[in-house]
Design a protein around this ligand. Structure first.
Ligand code: ADP
Ligand code: GLC
Length: 474
């Protein structure tokens, strides 16, 4: 079997990334190729991308794309087949995909409506030599694509929308309905009306043929008030077409045998050497477990709980390196921690992929105390690198880490430390458990071996996506 899929998103590794969405969008085409699915990824031609595509052929032209013309350029980067929507009036700007130094772009609703509009047109009409069988939309930025297929004709193309993070819903005021090329009858609570406005994520959820999210636990959580963020009812009404498919990680890229020094389950000396180097680089001396955080510093991630827990963790011998950026208040709190505990805590504010790999290679544990986590990738890097994940039991964290308990240790299946609820008490107890496990070298080695044996690649999830596409197009 197999067929053609047009994947539509606002981020994609290796071209543009602010979070795990980009990793997943970039990994899916490769993961699905083996099952016979030919996937092309449609992205906005942001300024940096546009510069890379100057000699790419034009495969689509659009006269009127909200205030200017647009065209689609086709090209290949590192084996990925890409379609870039070049519309300079919308995307050729300073800054990241969603904002400039002055803040969020005020016309984001239109910028991503344009992306979705072109996606739907290509899905419906096809390019000269390539017509997709399935349109796969990711998050709110592509949410209007299934809606345009539903309201303006699908041309036989099926649609899937994947929720990577329901915290972002793409809200626009109701008076924009016509501007966004949506019909009046769609402005209804059973369609895309949302608290008096329009939510492009809700539009996608109401109109797509299928809805997926990035872990089975998050799929169930999303139907509950604590996690649905206002859309729980929408998802519950469509529960028959909702499934959770766990993300994988790129095991060729995230491979301890490719690190310097290399290590693997049967040769852990390289990991000790990596740890020693890391401590030297950051001026740390840590007798107990060296923990890391590699994360966006936002409320979602629960990192704000760390300052009150650090004194006891340090007292027990622990150390911490934080790599991240985000909320200025949280960045400040992290810097303050490093000042308070010199030699035990180090903080690097910023985004640094190379450093993140060295952190996973050298550290003993990775902390992911998220309040909600659709899937999460860093706990999986942790498993792969024998860097034990300490995670809250939510979303994909609950689906990927088996917490150490007398029963799981006896059964030999534990791969990390888990806690619930997400508060200082439970997280503090988890950190104490980590200190305690680290004091038992044989047990620690066993946990580490279990973690490294846990499969985190794309194989089974790619099969699940392929199965879904096949059912939709059968
Ligand atoms: P989210 O998408 O919610 O941010 P994920 O765990 O799914 O969370 O994905 C985050 C991705 O971004 C991972 O690949 C992680 O390693 C990476 N990342 C986050 N912050 C940094 C940073 N400061 N430097 C390097 N990589 C980072
Ligand atoms: C989102 C989620 C994260 C998930 C990623 C990729 O950013 O916050 O949990 O891993 O998308 O699906």
């Amino acid at each position: 079997m197999g067929g053609r899929v047009l994947s539509v998103a606002s981020e994609c590794v290796p071209l543009v990334k602010t979070g795990g969405l980009a990793d997943v969008v970039g990994a899916l085409p490769g993961a699905l190729a083996a099952a016979g699915w030919d996937m092309r990824v449609l992205l906005p031609a942001y300024r940096a991308l546009r510069a890379q595509a100057t000699d790419w052929p034009v495969v689509w032209e659009e006269g009127d794309l909200w205030g200017g013309p647009g065209r689609v350029l086709a090209g290949t980067v590192q084996g990925l087949h890409l379609l870039l929507l070049d519309a300079p009036h919308l995307y050729d700007r300073e800054g990241g995909p969603y904002s400039s130094l002055q803040g969020e772009h005020p016309d984001n609703a239109i910028r991503f409506a344009a992306l979705s509009w072109i996606a739907a047109r290509i899905a419906r009409e096809g390019l000269a030599d390539w017509k997709p069988d399935v349109l796969h939309a990711h998050d709110w930025q592509a949410g209007l694509a299934p809606a345009y297929l539903a309201y303006h004709g699908s041309g036989g193309c099926k649609s899937v929308i994947t929720i990577h993070n329901i915290a972002f819903q793409g809200w626009a005021p109701g008076h924009m309905l016509g501007i966004l090329r949506l019909p009046g009858h769609a402005f209804h609570p059973d369609a895309l009306e949302y608290y008096g406005g329009i939510s492009s994520l809700k539009a996608g959820l109401m109109t797509a043929d299928w809805i997926t999210t990035v872990s089975p636990t998050y799929a169930a959580e999303l139907m509950r008030e604590e996690f649905g963020m206002g859309l729980q009812g929408v998802i519950a009404t469509r529960s028959r077409v909702v499934s959770g498919i766990l993300n994988g990680v790129d095991t060729a890229l995230w491979d301890p045998m490719r690190e310097q020094p290399a290590f693997g389950p049967k040769a852990m000396a390289g990991k000790s050497a990596a740890r020693a180097r890391l401590c030297e680089e950051f001026g740390l001396e840590v007798p107990g477990p060296l923990a890391i955080v590699v994360s966006r510093l936002t409320d979602q991630k629960g990192i704000d709980l760390l300052p009150q827990l650090m004194p006891d963790f340090i007292l027990g011998g622990g150390g911490l390196i934080v790599l991240g950026s985000g909320d200025p208040g949280m960045e400040g709190a992290m810097r303050h921690l490093a000042d308070r505990f010199p030699g035990r805590v180090a903080v690097r504010i910023g985004y640094d992929e190379g450093l993140s790999r060295r952190l996973f290679a050298g550290a003993d544990a990775v902390l992911v105390p998220s309040r909600f986590e659709p899937c999460g990738l860093t706990q999986m890097y942790g498993l792969r690198y024998g860097t034990l994940p300490v995670v809250s039991l939510v979303g994909g964290l609950a689906d990927t880490v088996i917490g150490a308990s007398p029963a799981t240790l006896a059964a030999g299946v534990a791969t990390g430390v888990t806690f619930h609820p997400v508060d200082a008490l439970a997280f503090g107890q988890a950190l104490q458990k980590l200190l305690d496990l680290y004091r038992q070298p044989k047990l620690w080695a066993r946990l580490r071996a279990n973690a490294m044996a846990h499969p985190v690649g794309w194989e089974s999830s790619a099969a699940a996506y392929a199965g879904l596409y096949e059912r939709l197009t059968a």
